[in-house]
Each structure stands twice: as C-alpha cells, then as structure tokens.
Design a protein around this ligand. Structure first.
Ligand SMILES: [Zn+2]
Length: 320
C-alpha cells in the first residue's frame, strides 16, 4: 500500500491553498482560491471544498493517507473548530468535520498557522536539526510555535507558542486581544509604521506608510524610522528571552515581512537579547531568519499530517 503522500490545507484571511505533498516535503500538486473572508460560513467552506475538489480529482489522490490543516487562529484542535480573527463568518466552525466529510473520511490534523510554520522550518528550514526551537512570523500580526525535545509542540488546542500575545510592557498599550503591551502591539509591521508616524516620520511622495517603507527610510538614515525598528526588536528580544528561559530553546527563527528587514531588525535584536537573555543556560541562544517561502504553511500542515503515521514520524521529525 502506498502511504507516501499527504494532503495539506493552508487557510488564511486572504487565500486558501491546498497541496499534495510527499514524504520529503515536495509539493506535487498546488492549488489556491481567494478567501471570501467577509461572506457567511458556508460560502467560505465552499471555497475550501473547491480547493479540496482539485486535490481529490487528481490521479495522485488515491495515495493520500491523511490531511493536515494549518489555519489562521485561534483554532481548537481538541474540538476540531476554528474561529479565525480575520474570517468573521467562522466562529467555532467545525472545520475538521467538514473537511473530513469532503474527503471521504480521511484522518485530519488541525494546527494553528504559527505552529504550521514552525513544523515547516523544523522539517525543511532554519530550525532543522534543532531539538528546541521557537519559530515566529512577524508581519501584520505576530505568531509562532515551538519545537520541544525534537517534536512539534502544538499544545492541547494547537496554539502553543503564540508569542505575539505575551505581554512585554506591563502598563503598555491595549492590544486588540484584550491584554496590554503585547509583543504584537509593539513589533508587528502596522505597529512599526504607526510608531514611526507618531514620532514624526513622513512617507515619501508615493504615500507608502507600510513597515517596508519605514525600513527603507531607516536604511537611508532616518532616526525615527530606525528607532521604531529598534523598539520592535527590543519587544521581540524580551519575548524570545522569556520563552528561552521557560523552556530552554536554543534557536529563534523569525520570518514574515518584518523578518525580511534583515540587519535592520536582527542587529538590534541580537543586541537586545544580550540584555534580556542573561542566565547561563540561555546565553547560547541564536536568532536566524526563516528559510521557508510562501509554501511554509502547506509544508507545515503536511508535516503535521505525516506525524499521524508512525513510520513517517521520524522522517518528518515531528509528532503529536
Ligand atoms: Zn495581545
């Protein structure tokens, strides 16, 4: 019996991607649809079913033995439901049940998108070979996931490692999540831009106020733009140091649009880590840019599906 392929879904606020992935992480078939994020739940599900239809219609489909889903969160893997912040039509939506029904009962593994990215970086990317890692996505939001003891650690509901919403500023700004001074409220792309504008930074003639535009200004020597990136780096360092002190990670991998700022982010981040990661057992902690591209969510969802199969667990280096 062939057991070498798994199906993967990557569900976000802008696109729904699907793939058939082999045991080496190679994508053999890829398809995607725009997410009708403002529509009702059943309309969104029909877009998922259209993606699944292209997978099940492939001659390769008969070799698929499990399906992994990485979804925008929060997710609840214990109930198989999702309530993505950016997809209001889905609240406690029974995604696992519906996907299983659309694939004639294929076993389904659900994880949050930050956990999926982590699975991908651990299997194929910058965290490969590291038994204890924190992987992060810093873009519109800040998400993450953990590898502990050589295995993906999704936690009971599939959200463990959500570093964007730990507080690093006790009396800081209110965060949309309800807490204060969250890493995301300081380090996400929109917050880097907001802080630069509040500090007096002005966009160029094109009016671009994105974090990428702030990064360009910082590279040109704009002190307000530089300070905004340094503040973001400081928040990330405090969150990473806290995580390392709690669970002894030896690498933090950072991806997403803000991660692409390169030295502008990583130089102040490494400096701030020396301030916050002080105990002997966290001093060897390293920080590295992510290596996986736009397919990271699919590859990570595939890794989660492979982990259901004992023969593939070792190959994928993950387990649930
Ligand atoms: Zn928050």
């Amino acid at each position: 019996m062939h057991t070498d392929l798994v199906a993967a879904l990557d569900i976000g606020g802008t696109k729904i991607a699907g793939a058939l992935v082999d045991g080496h992480g190679r994508i053999l078939l890829h398809t995607q649809r725009a997410t009708p994020a403002q529509e009702d739940g059943d309309t969104i599900m029909r877009a998922v079913e259209a993606v699944l239809g292209e997978l099940t219609g492939s001659p390769l489909w008969s070799r698929a033995t499990a399906l992994g889903i990485g979804s925008a969160g929060p997710v609840d893997a214990s109930t198989g439901t999702v309530s993505p912040v950016n997809i209001p039509g889905w609240r406690d939506y029974p995604l696992v049940e519906r996907v299983s029904a659309a694939t004639e009962g294929l076993p389904v593994e659900l994880i949050g998108d930050g956990v999926a990215i982590t699975a991908a970086e651990h299997w194929q990317g910058a965290a490969r070979g590291h038994d204890n890692a924190l992987c992060m996505v810093v873009s519109t939001g800040v998400g993450g996931g953990l590898v502990l003891g050589g295995r993906l650690h999704p936690g009971p509901t599939g959200n463990a490692g959500h570093i964007g919403h730990i507080s690093v500023d006790l009396d800081g700004d209110l965060c949309p999540c309800g807490s204060r001074g969250c890493v995301e409220r300081i380090a996400s792309g929109p917050n880097i831009a907001r802080r630069a504008i509040e500090g007096g930074w002005q966009p160029g003639p094109d009016g671009d106020t994105s974090a990428a535009a702030v990064a360009a200004a910082a590279r040109a020597g704009d002190s307000v733009a530089l300070a905004s990136f340094e503040r973001a780096a400081q928040a990330l360092a405090a969150g990473i140091a806290a995580t390392a002190t709690l669970v002894e990670i030896d690498i933090a991998v950072i991806g997403g649009g803000v991660g692409k700022a390169g030295d502008l982010l990583f130089t102040p981040l490494r400096a701030a880590l020396r301030d916050y990661a002080t105990l002997s057992f966290v001093q060897r902690l390293t920080v590295a840019p992510a290596q996986m591209g736009t397919d990271a969510g699919l590859v990570g969802a595939a890794a989660a599906a492979l982990s259901r199969q004992s023969s593939a667990t070792t190959a994928a280096g993950v387990g649930g």
